[in-house]
Structure formats: C-alpha cells, structure tokens
Design a protein around this ligand. Sequence first.
Ligand SMILES: Nc1ncnc2c1ncn2[C@@H]1O[C@H](COP(=O)(O)OP(=O)(O)OP(=O)(O)O)[C@@H](O)[C@H]1O
Ligand SMILES: [Mg+2]
Length: 266
Amino acid sequence: MRGEPVINVRNLTCAYGDFVVVRDISFEVNEGEVFVILGGSGCGKSTVLKHMIGLYEPAEGSVSIHGRRLTGAGERERNEILRSFGVMYQMGALFGSMSLMQNVMLPLEEFTDLPREAREMVAVAKLAMVGLDKFAYNLPSTLSGGMQKRAAIARAMALDPGILFLDEPSAGLDPVTSAELDELIRSLSRNLGITFVIVSHELASIYSIADRVIMLDKQTKGIVAEGDPRQLREGSASETVRSFFNREPAHHADDGHCPVPAEEGA
Ligand SMILES: Nc1ncnc2c1ncn2[C@@H]1O[C@H](COP(=O)(O)OP(=O)(O)OP(=O)(O)O)[C@@H](O)[C@H]1O
Ligand SMILES: [Mg+2]
C-alpha cells in the first residue's frame, strides 16, 4: 500500500551552537504516508522539521528528499528540492493585510511565471480543495482559527507539492475544529496521495491521522519509539512511551515526563 521512501534522514544531529537538541537520529518517510513526529514540548520536533526542510543545516548527518541530498546542496539544486514540498509553520500565520487568495498566490508569484489570471485560478482551486473558495477575497482576520489553518494548508499546496510539512496544525483549535482538520488531512492524503510529515503532540489527532510515528525524547536526545501509534500504546517495552500513549486524549501531552526548563519557555 505504501510506497518507497521519499525522505531519508541519516544520522542527523541538530544543534543551536553548542546546544545539541537531537543526536544521531535516522528515519525514512514513505511515499503517501502520514508520518507524525511526536514528543513532549521542547523535545525538538520543530527543530527536526526545520532541518528536514532545509531551513537549518545539520550539525551532522543529512536529509535527502526524493533521493536528492538537500544538505549541502548548491543553490539551484536546493531551489528545485524546495519546490517539491509545501510547509505550514507552527507560527505559520497568513499575511493579515492580504486576502486568502493573495496569500495562496504568493508562492506562485515567487516560483512561477504564470500570468496573473492563471495564478488567481490556481489559488481559487487550492482554496476550493480546503473548502474555502467562497472566502477567497476575505482577510484572514475575518475567519475562524480552523479556517485560517485550512487557508495556510492551501497556500502550502500552491505549487502542487508531493510532500506537505505541517507543524502543529491543530494547535489552539477546539476538539471539533481539530477533528475537521484531521479529516481534511486524511482526505488530501487519500485523494491526492500527498505525503504528510506532521509535528503533533495531540494524541487524539495522532491516532486519527498517523500511519507511522517517531517519538523524540528530550532526555536521550533520540528516537524512543517508532511505528504504528496504536501498537505503541499497547506493546511498547518502554514505560515512557506507554505512558505517553496512554494519556487521556484531551490531556496535554507535554505536562509530564518531558518538562521544559523555566528559562527556555514553551
Ligand atoms: N532558534 C533557536 N535557537 C536556540 N535554541 C532553540 C531555537 N529553537 C528552539 N530551540 C531550543 O531547542 C529545543 C527544542 O525546541 P523545539 O522548538 O524544536 O521543540 P518542540 O518539540 O517543537 O517543542 P513544542 O512542542 O513546544 O513546539 C528547546 O530547548 C528550544 O528552547
Ligand atoms: Mg514545536
């Protein structure tokens, strides 16, 4: 059912200066799967994602996408690889002074030479995919939080990427809206075959969307679990992993075994 690896992370060490966040982790993401990076707050989920999309260079190791090495790539190669995926950042706000359509058109302006009418048509089509075509001329502030997230996903899909990276898509949403967003992700995965790499610590969402997960751990700076989240809940030998997966879904996953020191904030 699932395809070949489309992302290869090899012996990756991520650090900010001397501060190592994760050390020597390796994993693959397969074509068409919904792959979730999880773990408590401050464990390095966003850091790993930012390394996977080439925002930061690894301290050690490498990231390859579709068999092409992003780490250390020259400018032209790098730009081609960057075009093959879309990203929604954790703080990935839309530009507030621009309509949804203008927001979705931005990547088309940057990366294509399509004429304006074509850009508009593509933007409206992308908004339709997330159920927001009727709101193309709205400013983001006139929409609910869930609609803004969906618009940000439409913008990430502007260039028809095969891979979408989403950092905490359901953060700050109520459970119903969050479940709707999960359904959108499943639908895009099923209907368009998009590969998703999603950072999350919302258990309900993880069970509903993830084909496979890796769990990062702040203490060991490594991957403490990998696989199907339902199996990890039942069968993991590790107490840390079992307790993470057996938390109540409504419970926040970051108030437990993976505390964030006060000076680092959350
Ligand atoms: N730009 C940065 N410079 C220095 N340290 C950073 C930077 N970004 C993150 N960190 C630190 O790296 C560690 C991992 O942060 P990261 O944001 O990747 O965690 P996370 O798992 O995404 O957390 P959350 O669930 O709160 O989003 C934290 O200790 C954080 O303070
Ligand atoms: Mg994060």
